[in-house]
Write a protein that binds this ligand. Structure first.
Ligand code: ZN
Length: 315
């Protein structure tokens, strides 16, 4: 994308998560099994059950609707982005599981054109380190969308007991490069990795799609061991996303399945762990943009992704 964004806000001040002490206190008082059940019930469970369950779970976990304005999602980011360490993953359905969330792009990439245009080897070819990403027609950047959804998803997965790592948290001047984004998942030995994006396509092109790795064996890339588990992850993430958000699969690619396989993305080619991308919608379409800029919809988006990941990890 050649998008050059408007001036960006300075990095949000970080502060510790206010909910952590309460969570720890409750965890100390409630027997582990009961707490686990409570978390399970609160999110509607990992099964791809009835259609109503997803919506109910999404509504039940929505953030306060205080930051629905496209330009002000920072309230959520500020509240969610804490410098305190994540709680010990001691209970919940995902205890012992590691999930790497990759918020696509970086809000400051546009300020570092030479760095992000540097070519990195993605196995099949050389490719730019990273890109600026797209934006809504009103100028709200994809990189802010991806980070906001990543924070929401992190919170949901941590409540299930997962250990969650972000490839970037608005804490770097640019990037990371796509090869490093893959490497972070590999080194974390992630049980699942999800790269979050929104598309920049033509007006009238609507809906979400999940991108899965195709078989690549070239240079440093060998996706053959992850093709099958990534396809499973992709199907479950797409299913959860569609069910909870009520959003239709993309009408402009994927033949209406919401699933696409690609062999040109470094973040997938270089992954050694199950990994998919999700393009949550088309930022350049006004109807999709109205969803993407809604904080309540983003909470549903994260809930849908979370349910797909939980379903995948529980088998
Ligand atoms: Zn993107």
């Amino acid at each position: 994308m050649s998008y050059t964004g408007p001036d960006f806000e300075p990095p949000q001040p970080r502060r510790s998560r206010l909910r952590r002490p309460l969570t720890v206190a409750v965890a100390a008082l409630v027997p582990g099994a009961l707490l686990g059940w409570g978390v399970y019930a609160a999110v509607g469970g990992p099964d791809d059950g009835g259609g109503g369950a997803g919506d109910a779970a999404g509504a039940g976990t929505s953030a306060a609707p205080s930051s629905d304005a496209p330009g002000s999602p920072g309230g959520d980011a500020k509240r969610r982005a804490g410098s305190s360490p994540a709680p010990a993953a001691g209970s919940g359905a995902l205890r012992g599981k590691v999930v790497v969330i990759d918020p696509g792009h970086n809000p400051a990439n546009f300020q570092h054109p030479s760095e992000i245009n540097r070519k990195v080897n993605v196995g099949t070819h050389w490719k730019e380190c990273d890109t600026t990403g797209t934006a809504t027609n009103a100028g709200w950047p994809e990189a802010k969308f991806t980070l906001d959804v990543a924070h929401r998803l992190r919170d949901l997965l941590e409540k299930q007991g997962a250990t969650v790592k972000l490839t970037q948290d608005g804490d770097r001047s640019y990037g990371p490069c796509v090869d490093e984004r893959a490497r972070i998942g590999n080194e974390a030995k992630a049980d699942a990795a999800l790269s979050i994006h929104a598309d920049g396509s033509g007006t009238g092109n609507r809906g979400f799609h999940v991108i899965m790795p195709g078989p690549v064996h070239d240079g440093a890339a060998d996706t053959r061991p992850i093709v099958a588990p990534s396809a499973e992850l992709g199907k479950r993430v797409a299913g959860g996303f569609e069910r909870v958000t009520g959003t239709a699969p993309a009408n402009y690619l994927g033949d209406g399945t919401g699933l696409v396989t690609r062999t040109d993305l470094g973040g997938l080619n270089l992954s050694t762990v199950p990994k998919v991308f999700i393009e949550c919608g088309n930022m350049r379409d006004a109807t999709d943009a109205a969803l993407l800029t809604s904080s309540s919809w983003r909470q549903k988006a994260a809930q849908g992704m979370s349910e797909g990941i939980v379903s995948f990890l529980r088998g």
